[in-house]
Design a protein around this ligand. Structure first.
Ligand code: SF4
Length: 330
């Protein structure tokens, strides 16, 4: 059954730092702080709008949930808990900073029905974390992850690629460290440079130079494949579509179909491996029935790519073939 989130955005409040890339109000598209009543209204509305509420979670995203003033956090949790306590939604999830997790706050989250916690790890390289003014270390991510796990929560880690001071090698190393932690889920956010941020200044000064877009989609494709192979669910790749982001972006890697482009690269690589050493000709490639469009690519990009190399590839769907798997049916 498809899982869904009732997303409630809490803009940057109470965050002890201002990360180089953060303009949280722009990212969340939210301009004000929701109160408990608004949370009740959103959840009440969602009950009639969401197809299977029993598979949906109330999700507090946007800022650093456990760093907001305690009274405000409790007000929001109280409002959400009414819906989870009555069994209407499956649970509550929230996102926060690795250095804003301890046993005391985890106890509160548990009491109010929180089931999943996502940490903004962003990088597992201390130099990159420092260059982007994150105010925490990779060790904080490891420790907070252990604590979250020990307390029985689902763990999600978010990483950013292409940060100031990072390189594709450093991003790969961060992904490898995240795989070693083995969270239940990951989100990959390629950097988007927003107006008014420190990163925008560094970009304007020519100090921060993002790698080209194609290189980033190929890198994120590689990371998605690595996480998937490790049994970690990639629940997001690329920033979600928002008119605020489109208006305020000055550089970086925003594309409304970013994930689809990455998945096209994964299938291109997998099909290339199958065709390696073959003489040009016609080939039928079977993929999971639900994944045909990913294998074909946007505007048939993969079909065209292989045709230009002498391979007339047709993609067929078959049940039970896992995502990214390809089988040659000549
Ligand atoms: S921790 Fe998150 S919300 Fe706080 S400044 Fe950094 S990116 Fe923004």
């Amino acid at each position: 059954m498809k899982h869904s989130n009732i997303s409630i955005f809490i803009p940057h409040v109470g965050c002890p730092h201002m990360c180089s890339f953060c303009d949280q109000r722009t990212i969340s598209g939210a301009q004000h702080l929701p109160d408990g009543n608004e949370v009740r209204e959103i959840c009440g509305r969602a009950l009639s709008e969401v197809k299977s509420p029993e598979n949906a979670e109330i999700a507090f995203f946007g800022g650093s949930f456990t760093a907001i003033p305690r009274d405000y956090m409790l007000e929001l949790l109280e409002a959400a808990h009414g819906f989870v306590g009555e069994g209407k939604f499956r649970g509550i999830r929230c996102s926060t900073r690795p250095d804003c997790i301890d046993s005391e706050v985890l106890g509160i989250l548990k009491e109010y029905g929180v089931t999943a916690i996502e940490l903004g790890a962003q990088s597992m390289c201390d130099e990159v974390l420092a260059a982007n003014e994150r105010g925490h270390t990779a060790e904080d991510v490891r420790q907070a992850s252990s604590l979250i796990r020990e307390n029985g929560f689902e763990l999600g880690l978010q990483m950013m690629t292409g940060l100031y001071g990072s390189t594709p090698e450093r991003d790969r190393a961060s992904a490898a460290e995240i795989i070693a932690i083995h969270p239940d889920t990951v989100r990959i956010y390629p950097v988007v440079v927003l107006k008014g941020t420190r990163l925008a200044e560094l970009y304007a000064e020519g100090v921060y130079r993002p790698v080209p877009f194609d290189g980033m989609t190929e890198l994120c494709a590689e990371l998605m494949e690595a996480f998937t192979n490790a049994g970690i669910s990639v629940i997001k790749c690329g920033l979600h579509a928002s008119e605020f982001v489109e208006q305020d972006m000055v550089a970086g890697y925003y594309h409304p179909a970013f994930r689809e482009i990455c998945e096209m690269h994964i299938y291109r690589k997998r099909i290339s491996e199958l065709l390696a050493g073959m003489s040009p000709g016609g080939f039928r490639i079977a993929v999971g029935s639900r994944h045909i469009s990913k294998a074909v690519g946007q505007k048939k990009a993969n079909i065209i790519y292989f045709r230009e190399r002498g391979f007339d590839v047709s993609v067929v769907g078959e049940e039970d073939i896992p995502v990214y798997e390809c089988v040659l049916r000549r």
